[in-house]
Design a protein around this ligand. Sequence first.
Ligand SMILES: Cc1cc2nc3c(=O)[nH]c(=O)nc-3n(C[C@H](O)[C@H](O)[C@H](O)COP(=O)(O)OP(=O)(O)OC[C@H]3O[C@@H](n4cnc5c(N)ncnc54)[C@H](O)[C@@H]3O)c2cc1C
Length: 669
Amino acid sequence: MKLDSKIPAGHISTKWTDYKDHLKLVAPNNRGKIDVIIVGTGLAGASAAASLGEMGYSVKAFCYQDSPRRAHSIAAQGGINAAKNYQNDGDSIYRLFYDTIKGGDYRAREANVHRLAEVSVNIIDQCVAQGVPFARDYGGLLDNRSFGGTQVQRTFYAAGQTGQQLLLGAYSALSRQIGLGHVKMYNRHEMLDLVKVDGKARGIIARNLITGDLERHSAHAVVIATGGYGNVYFLSTNAMGSNVTAAWKVHKKGAYFANPCYVQIHPTCIPIHGTNQSKLTLMSESLRNSGRIWVPKKIEDAEAIRAGKLKPTQIAEEDRDYYLERRYPAFGNLVPRDVASRAAKERCDAGFGIENNATGEGVYLDFSTEIEKKGKEMAYIQGDHNPSKETVIKLGKQWIEEKYGNLFTMYEKITDENPYETPMKIYPAVHYTMGGVWVDYNLESTIPGCFVTGEANFSDHGANRLGASALMQGLADGYFVLPYTISDYLADDIRTGHISTDLPEFVEAENDVKGLIDRLLEVKGSKSVDQFHKELGLIMWNKVGMARNEQGLKEAIVEIAALREEFYNNVYVPGTAHELNTELEKALRVADFMELGQLMAVDALQRKESCGGHFREEYQDAEGETLRDDENFKFVGAWEYKGPEATQAVLHKEELVYEFITIAARNYK
Ligand SMILES: Cc1cc2nc3c(=O)[nH]c(=O)nc-3n(C[C@H](O)[C@H](O)[C@H](O)COP(=O)(O)OP(=O)(O)OC[C@H]3O[C@@H](n4cnc5c(N)ncnc54)[C@H](O)[C@@H]3O)c2cc1C
């Protein structure tokens, strides 16, 4: 199948408006006759379910948690971007569009990104109307802060819990629709397969996680909003339950999977402590507004710190290497995530890491300069123009507490160190996946009627996502894009009538799911699901992680195949299928990670260039920066499933055309 991105013609600034004007509509009196399934009720799914419910469609929404309020979106800390230019610092729709394309290392689709920048403005209005308590400045206007990869302040935030507040907003909109009977909510249900009838997505097989029952649900269209696949690495900042299963099942049924190798490594996570950890904690990127990143200049100081013989506060200013400010003077600590992560790895690989863990990996995020600066400002405001050092520090800490208090408390609880007194320790970790199900401009996959939104699709971030852009994309998709594009598709279904779940396609899909469950339960091997997941994660981190090379990728492909084979012969899944069985849930997810992980390595191997989060060691410039190959790799790599062995997958290329942006080497210096 040839990929058709369906990007409309016309000038970039009017494409979306013109396109919307010509999309087909479903009249209000017909909408109730049309069923839509939405899988996932994080920000992308909840916003879509609320919007479609409000329009009058008959929506069924699914999530595996006990409430939509527990979706992984709730963890988002730092903020959400929008081109409002409240700061009067030169922001605009064009600039947000430009920064996003550049930040993604010129591997995203122009038309989608421009649309995202356009609707970003509406998202903030919508959320404010819902009561989302964004931070405000002294005059009452919404406040903004900066994130990496930009030179303006365009990030709206609610302390360090922006995702939570946005999700509560979307959830309340969704709850209203549940109350009105427009949306039927299926909590604690996991989609385990997609059902296609006559080539179109017409339903899903879901497992009731409490009883274990398999259920068939039909609809005229299915929306997948199930988040990202970072947990393929086992250790990541994602919620423990985040998984690829729904997206992968859709892929197996014919949807192409795009750019799986594009994974974002976030520079400011709490470093790994031991092998028994199952989760990494993010310290929001917003902290880079106020924190300066450094390691000791002298290797003996780094060694002494690791050995516990020196404290960071004992290292003199001139003995600190603020390596981001040194290497990237224009952006400093606010370079994009991929750049900051690689720079931290470079210093730690060179022996300057400060953390006393197995690999000595960790760098400092230091707030002392900001505490002093803000303390002086605060004293000045209070009329004290000659404050004592104690006053400055006290007021500076108060300022920090107001801005980032909950993040500091979280850090202290986890590490037992007070970040107001001593610099935080941070190190890069897997955080977000830019790859996902390939979708066209309508957010429709290569399966007609199967739409994919939010982190589950591949669409708007290219090879690297700028901070605060995931929430923006999830809500843009759900509130302002999908309602138009899915209506265009559904307009042809007003006479279709209810789709029966007795059709043979439903029976067959249910039997396939049952077969896989039985197969996993029957193995009764000797290794737990987590053991396999950890092993997979280690292969992925070591060979398909922050830096990749040809040899490592080839090894990973073979090792994952062997691990997968062992998994099906030696996994131990206790309990039965007919009860709440969290080990079985995990086993089904890890089975999919085993296939996806291999495809990620295959994709990384074919992409013989470095771009964004995909750093191939063979392709770097003299200063260790990514070396793109625009001539040969300026495409989206979309894979067609041909069997569990990813080496069989077929690559389809969507050439990226840049009409309105001039491609250049990415430079943050
Ligand atoms: C710690 C952390 C901090 C972050 N901070 C920011 C930030 O400040 N700004 C920003 O822009 N982005 C941030 N991000 C990224 C952002 O939070 C996510 O990309 C975004 O929330 C994803 O939203 P989503 O709706 O696509 O998916 P999710 O929120 O992951 O929701 C997935 C939904 O799918 C459901 N689901 C999954 N599989 C199935 C299945 N098989 N069957 C049924 N239901 C299923 C789940 O139950 C859930 O409802 C952060 C991420 C992390 C990890």
